[in-house]
Design a binder for this molecule. Structure first.
Ligand SMILES: [Zn+2]
Length: 153
């Protein structure tokens, strides 16, 4: 994970300043809801961040329209990166909260072209709790979705 951590208050964060043009960025693409720009760290050439233009801290604060727009922009960037840098693979990474690995509290998605041995690694501890636990987790999530839909109605 990157070492840079932005602790600015919401609305005056580094990505809001990028969106507003108050600080420079190497822009790749923008539309009504999203801005795509080069990540300063560049895990590999073509590493781009897709951020919402509106300040929203994380996935819990973006709208359905913003979430769709972010993925559409990410796909445009991914297709361009495939042509421009010919990566062997490509990883999308989106982090929420400090424990989720988020370092700038303004919603963004990493588009990372990948190459063999590029040093980006994930540890993915499989816990395999078994089918009864999986059914229980699925039930908890379905119940939460019903509760959310009921509260939104
Ligand atoms: Zn912001």
């Amino acid at each position: 994970m990157p070492h840079f951590v932005d602790t600015s208050v919401a609305g005056s964060c580094i990505f809001c300043k990028l969106v507003n043009g108050e600080i420079p960025s190497a822009k790749v693409y923008e539309d009504e809801l999203t801005l795509a720009f080069m990540d300063l760290g560049q895990v590999n050439p073509g590493h781009v961040l897709v951020a919402t233009k509106r300040h929203a801290a994380n996935i819990f604060e973006i709208t359905d329209a913003e979430s769709a727009a972010v993925m559409q922009t990410a796909r445009k960037v991914a297709l361009a990166a495939k042509l421009a840098f010919e990566p062997a693979g490509l990883t999308l990474l989106q982090a929420n909260g400090a424990e989720g690995g988020q370092t700038v509290a303004h919603f963004h998605l990493h588009v990372v072209p990948r190459h063999a041995g590029d040093g980006l690694t994930f540890t993915w501890p499989r816990k395999e709790p078994g089918s009864a636990m999986l059914e229980g987790y699925a039930l908890q999530l379905r119940n939460a979705m019903h509760a959310q839909a009921a509260s939104a109605a």
